[in-house]
Design a protein around this ligand. Structure first.
Ligand code: TRP
Length: 328
């Protein structure tokens, strides 16, 4: 007999159009896991309120992100895609979970501490503290066994596990204790070479960028500051463009490395090669993106269908939760 597939709950905050860092750090992994697991893809449009208060339209940002998901190859027929805000059970379970975790525990969460520091947030709102509690509700509502995340999100999965355990002990077993499934590839650095690629830092290459745009962006990318003239020897290990080559030119790494070190390969040529490879990598995504952009009704239908499917699962879990808790 075929054993039941394990379930994955994956999620992203809708910050608008996605960049190649999202692809390499998350989407690629999600796509690879599509067949082996049963997947639910969450658009965290409440979580985005903690960091992105001045978006013109969270709805449009969600649609833009969904288009990038679809263009990248996520299949909405096998995996429902849905917004957190449209399934009221997320808020309900979040409230119940908030009774199962101490303020002290949430204050020790390093991910929120980092975020607050990085974004220079002066006044921490309750939403920051409660962020992992809502995330626990996202995951456990669908009884996710695995959550594909980067290293920075592991503390949130730990809090999810603790909440699941506490609920199960107190009221009877409803939830699995989900495990993080770490993304293999480290995040891509941004074009400024200083930090990871991130919209708020303006150092991104978007999945929706065309060839010319990518070329212009790469021309400005930082390389080894010691390689000032074309024929100077360079150090690939400190070069941002080389780190992109590792991902986008995997078959020519020894040649590029040797050329850079000996000085035979100049930065301009190296960048042009890199930009051409990133463009050809993106080009099928760009094509599919164009299709979905001109078929927005189809995109909206995909979302409505995903939300209807997700809602059924969420409602069934909440029914169980209410019964176990004797809420009547
Ligand atoms: N916190 C995640 C991030 O910033 C987004 C997210 C919200 C999420 N809910 C989730 C991720 C549930 C996985 C599962 O990337």
């Amino acid at each position: 007999m075929e054993s039941k597939k394990k379930r994955i709950l994956s999620g992203m905050r809708p910050t608008g159009k996605l960049h190649i860092g999202h692809y390499v750090g998350a989407l690629e992994n999600w796509i690879n896991l599509q067949q082996e697991y049963e997947n639910y893809h969450l658009i965290a449009d409440y979580h985005v309120l903690t960091t992105n208060l001045n978006s013109d339209s969270i709805y449009q940002d969600s649609i833009d992100m969904l288009i990038d998901w679809l263009a990248s190859g996520l299949d909405p027929v096998i995996s429902p895609m849905f917004r957190q805000s449209q399934i009221k059970e997320h808020t309900e379970l979040h409230l119940i979970f908030s009774m199962l975790v101490t303020v002290n525990r949430l204050e020790r969460n390093p991910t929120v501490k980092d975020q607050v520091r990085d974004l220079n947030i002066e006044n921490v709102i309750y939403g920051h503290l409660g962020y992992p509690v809502l995330q626990a509700a996202d995951i456990l509502l669908y009884k996710g066994d695995l959550v594909p995340v980067g290293e920075d999100q592991v503390p949130h999965i730990e809090i999810t596990r603790e909440i699941a355990r506490k609920f199960n002990n107190q009221y009877g077993v409803v939830f699995p204790e989900p495990e993080p499934k770490l993304t293999a590839f480290a995040r891509l650095s941004g074009l400024d070479g200083d930090a990871k690629m991130s919209k708020s830092l303006g150092n991104t290459i978007l999945l929706s960028d065309d060839e010319e745009t990518i070329k212009t962006k790469l021309k400005k990318a930082k390389t080894d500051p010691q390689k000032m003239r074309k024929n100077d020897p360079g150090r690939p290990e400190v070069c941002l463009v080389f780190s992109y080559h590792k991902k986008f030119t995997p078959n020519e790494i020894p040649e590029i490395e040797a050329g850079c070190r000996s000085g035979a390969l100049g930065c301009v040529d190296c960048k042009m090669k890199c930009s051409a490879n990133i463009s050809s990598f993106i080009s099928p995504i760009l094509e599919k993106r164009k299709y979905y952009e001109s078929h927005q009704d189809e995109v909206k239908n995909i979302l409505a269908d995903g939300e209807a499917r997700a809602k059924k699962v969420a409602q069934a879990t909440m029914q169980e939760v209410r019964e176990k808790m004797k809420l009547g």
